[in-house]
Structure formats: structure tokens, C-alpha cells
Design a protein around this ligand. Structure first.
Ligand code: AMP
Ligand code: ZN
Length: 485
């Protein structure tokens, strides 16, 4: 742990690197917009949480006491972020013939499984439906000065706060791609604080309110949960870069209204001092879209045989602010890199009885090197390069090298000291042969070769090949075999 180098983070609000100055000394309070649990998360969504987790780990590593919230949106998110379309939860519930509550529970559990597989540390996930009363109280407080009522709900008038949309830097409303389909809205960017249940209809998720039966608007949820759990202003608010355009400007406008602050010249007037956004994971064939049938979920990667932490490494290999293109080749390369790290660490462990004392300043130099990278807007790309230098063959103090790997892994979260080569074997779910069968066949082949029975040895290799197993004699990295996909 160190705080020697000041932590600089890119604040989307100012579009600048800024030094992190905690609101409460020694503490860091972070809110990350969580998933809408109407479906599985795709690996692009999971990139947002790997980023949020890395931020949290860095803050902790630098000595701050971290409070980190990733919420669960289980009500209110419409099919378009700009308040049009149907409620995602109700739509899925109708399609699946289940209750919206069951749908939310099922997909929240799936999401939490994926978080655990990616070593995301943050474990408490407050649900929007638990805060509806607080949302109604918030709406009541701001209604007179900032809202107006239509038949369809209570709407926020964005012209009532200063600097609306500064976060998005939108030049025109058209630029934000908004279509004004709600009749009576004063400004195209106005958004729902409360959506009334249409007369004669009943929704599965609805509550009484001063504006009639209905459900809260999606943007309101995050404002309310952020304030309730972290207090205003808190330190950092995160989300994917799409949220920089609509969701977060709307949260900020609500926060301004609620806190009776005006312009955004002071960062804390927005509710959080720093707003951070991860760029997108992109994929060419459109498999990331949840409407495209089988889409790219972490489970699909696991089914194809990839260890989930290979995906975490893939994310860390790119800066969080750059776009990252997903490809199976790229994932394979990340897996190989992780495997090589793990093999290097195994080698270091085998030399542990020959450990020498570290040279003077050795420990501090590594800590400083890591600190400089992480303090530069979470430069995990550089941190990984230092790690590879650390586990290279150069050092004759294996005990300290392993302790330093542990230190690096506190922020990288790659289980570097626990993973084994075998854990990282590609294991497709539909492989026709088990690892035990492969190992047994290879033992028989070894015996045949020792007896110079090359016909049997070749026959065993061919049998394995027919079942998708490539025998890798003489592989420079010492990999005995692999299952092809
Ligand atoms: P949603 O469930 O749609 O609210 O998205 C959950 C989180 O994932 C949000 O922070 C989004 O901004 C983020 N996100 C969505 N798509 C991607 C993507 N392709 N790459 C990275 N982050 C994404
Ligand atoms: Zn949010």
C-alpha cells in the first residue's frame, strides 16, 4: 500500500486528469451504475464492472477505506435510455411467462456469479425496488420547482438547472439522438421522474405516489441510491461511456435540483466530484446485442473452454478509456499470456529454497513503479509490463518476488499465486474426452515410446487427434497437449 504518487483520474465532467482529493479524509466512496436485470449481462457490460473493480482496488491499495456501491436496476429502465418504449423488466416477464420479481432475482444471481468469476470484489448490490419510498420523497422535494405533470407521468424540466448536459458536451439535442415522442414534453431532453400506470392497466411493479400509481424513472434510482448510501457529494461515479450521454446528465440535473445547487463550475454540485466512464468493448458481428439470440456472455467463453480470468486480463490489457475489440483470437492471446505468467511463477516457486536477500531499495522500487502506473489514470497496461519484468528470470530473490507478485495481484485481481497451468487449459464444455482419459492415453503413449513401439505411439496420437486433442511434442513452452475448439 502506498500513497506516494498522487492519484490522477480522468474526470469526464471536465475532460481532464484530476488529482483525487477525497471528500472524507482517508475514505473513498464510489457508485457504479449496475445492470438492469431483465436478461443476462454480456461481456461488454462486464467490462464496466472490471473497470469499476480495478478503480476500487487501486483506491484500497493506495490506503483509502473504500465504500463501493454497484446497484441493481430491477425496475424502471425503458427499452430506450431516453424514456421511450416499454419497461425492460415487464417486457421480459411477459415474454418468459414469469413475474418481473422472479426475472430480476434470476438475472441478479447470474450477474453475481459472473462478478465472482471475474474476481470483482464488490459484493453488496442494493436493488432499486428497495428505495422506491426514498424516490417518491425525492420527487416530492423537487416537483414544484423542477417538474411538471403530464398524463403519462411526472417529468423533469431540464431548463430549470444550469449547465444541463455539460457532461455529454452535446452540441444539439439532435446530436444526442433523441426523439420527442412523449406528447407535451417541454424540452426534448426532459425525462420521467415518475411514470404513471396508464388508466385501466395494472403493472406488476407499481407503487402509489402523489402522481398516481406507477413506477420511478430509471435516472432517479441512481441519484437516490447514491445519496442514500454514500451521501452527497461522494467521490466517484462510474459507468459505461453511453451513460455520459443521457443517464448521467440526467442524474446530475436531479442532484442539482435536490441539493439546490446551481452551476457545475464546482464539481461537487453534480453530486459526485469525479465522473468516470469506461469505453466500450466492441464486436464486429453484432453478437453483443441482447436481442441477437445467442449473445456474448461470460458463460459462453467458459463453455468454449476459456478461464474467465483470461477475459479479465483481456480487459486490463487495454486502458479503460480505449475501445477494445473482442475476438476469440484476442481472448486466446490473453489466455496464453496469463498462462505464461503462471508458468513463470511456478518456476520462481521451484527456486524458493535458493532465495537471496533483495538488494537495497528493491522492494520500494517495485512499489513505486506500480504506483506510478496506477496513479496515472489506472494504467493497468503499464502495470502488467512491470509484472512481467518482475517474474522474468533475472531475480535471485524468489521469496520477495512472490511477495511482490501478491502485491501486484491486489490490484490486478488475476489470482496469480493460486492459478495453475492446468486451471488454464482450454476445456470446451462439449469436449468428447475427459482430462483423465487424455492423461491416461498419454501415459500409455509414453510407455510405447520408451519401448520404441512407435506404431502404437502414433496410433494413440491419431486416436487423440480424432477426439480433438492435439499432442504437442517438443513444444517450447512445455505444453503437453491442447484441446482444439
Ligand atoms: P445496462 O445493463 O445496459 O445498464 O449496462 C450495464 C453497464 O454496462 C453500464 O455501465 C453500461 O454503460 C455498460 N456497457 C454497456 N455496453 C457496454 C459495452 N459494449 N462495453 C462496455 N460497457 C458497456
Ligand atoms: Zn445509474
Amino acid at each position: 500500500m502506498t500513497d506516494a504518487t498522487p492519484l490522477k483520474l480522468f474526470n469526464s465532467l471536465t475532460r481532464q486528469l484530476e488529482e483525487f482529493q477525497p471528500v472524507h479524509p482517508g475514505e473513498a466512496r464510489v457508485y457504479s451504475c449496475g445492470p438492469t436485470v431483465y436478461n443476462y449481462q454480456h461481456i461488454g457490460n462486464m467490462r464496466a464492472y472490471v473497470f469499476a473493480d480495478t478503480l476500487g482496488r487501486v483506491l484500497q491499495w493506495k490506503g483509502y477505506k473504500l465504500t463501493h456501491v454497484i446497484n441493481i436496476t430491477d425496475v424502471g429502465h425503458l427499452t430506450s435510455d431516453a424514456d421511450e418504449g416499454e419497461d425492460k423488466m415487464e417486457k421480459m416477464a411477459a415474454k418468459a411467462g414469469k413475474s418481473a420479481w422472479d426475472i430480476a432475482k434470476f438475472y441478479q444471481e447470474d450477474f453475481e456469479r459472473d462478478l465472482a468469476r471475474l474476481n470483482v470484489q464488490q459484493k453488496a448490490h442494493p436493488r432499486a425496488t428497495e428505495y422506491v419510498e426514498a424516490m417518491i420523497a425525492w420527487g416530492t422535494k423537487i416537483a414544484d420547482k423542477h417538474c411538471y405533470e403530464l398524463d403519462s407521468g411526472l417529468y423533469f424540466d431540464v431548463s430549470t438547472v444550469a449547465d444541463y448536459g455539460r457532461l455529454a458536451r452535446a452540441v444539439t439535442e439532435d446530436g444526442e439522438g433523441r426523439i420527442d415522442t412523449v406528447e407535451g414534453k417541454r424540452n426534448a431532453a426532459d425525462f420521467a421522474i415518475w411514470r404513471k400506470t396508464p388508466a385501466g392497466e395494472t403493472r406488476q411493479m407499481e407503487w402509489d405516489s402523489p402522481w398516481g400509481k406507477g413506477a420511478p424513472g430509471w435516472h432517479l434510482e441512481c441519484s437516490v441510491m447514491g445519496e442514500a448510501l454514500l451521501g452527497f457529494p461522494f467521490d466517484i461515479h462510474t459507468g459505461g461511456i453511453d451513460h455520459r450521454e443521457i443517464h448521467h446528465p440526467n442524474e446530475i440535473a436531479q442532484n442539482q435540483a435536490y441539493c439546490c445547487t446551481n452551476g457545475l463550475d464546482r464539481a461537487e454540485n453534480s453530486g459526485a466530484r469525479i465522473w468516470m466512464h469506461n469505453n466500450f468493448l466492441v464486436e464486429r458481428s453484432g453478437k453483443m446485442s441482447k436481442s441477437a439470440g445467442e449473445f456474448l456472455r461470460l458463460q459462453l467463453l467458459v463453455d468454449k473452454g476459456y478461464h474467465p480470468l483470461a477475459y479479465r486480463l483481456m480487459c486490463l490489457q487495454a486502458h479503460y478509456r480505449s475501445e477494445l475489440e473482442f475476438s476469440w483470437e484476442g481472448l486466446g492471446a490473453a489466455l496464453t499470456r496469463l498462462k505464461r505468467m503462471v508458468m513463470a511463477i511456478e518456476k520462481i516457486r521451484s527456486r524458493i529454497d535458493k532465495s537471496n536477500p533483495s538488494p537495497d531499495g528493491w522492494w520500494q522500487n517495485w512499489i513505486d513503479a506500480l504506483d506510478i502506473e496506477l496513479s496515472d489514470d489506472l494504467a493497468t497496461v503499464g502495470a502488467l509490463l512491470h509484472l512481467e519484468e518482475l517474474i522474468g528470470p533475472k531475480w535471485n530473490n524468489p521469496v520477495d518476488v512472490l511477495r511482490m507478485v501478491e502485491e501486484f495481484d491486489k490490484v490486478l485481481g488475476l489470482d496469480l499465486l493460486d492459478l495453475t497451468r492446468a486451471d488454464l487449459r482450454i476445456r470446451p464444455k462439449d469436449a468428447q474426452i475427459t482430462e483423465r482419459e487424455i492423461e491416461a492415453a498419454l501415459d500409455r503413449r509414453k510407455e510405447a515410446r520408451a519401448a520404441k513401439d512407435f506404431a502404437t505411439s502414433d496410433a494413440i496420437r491419431d486416436e487423440l487427434a480424432a477426439q480433438g486433442v492435439e499432442v504437442m511434442d517438443g513444444d517450447p513452452l512445455g505444453w503437453e497437449w491442447r484441446l482444439s475448439l
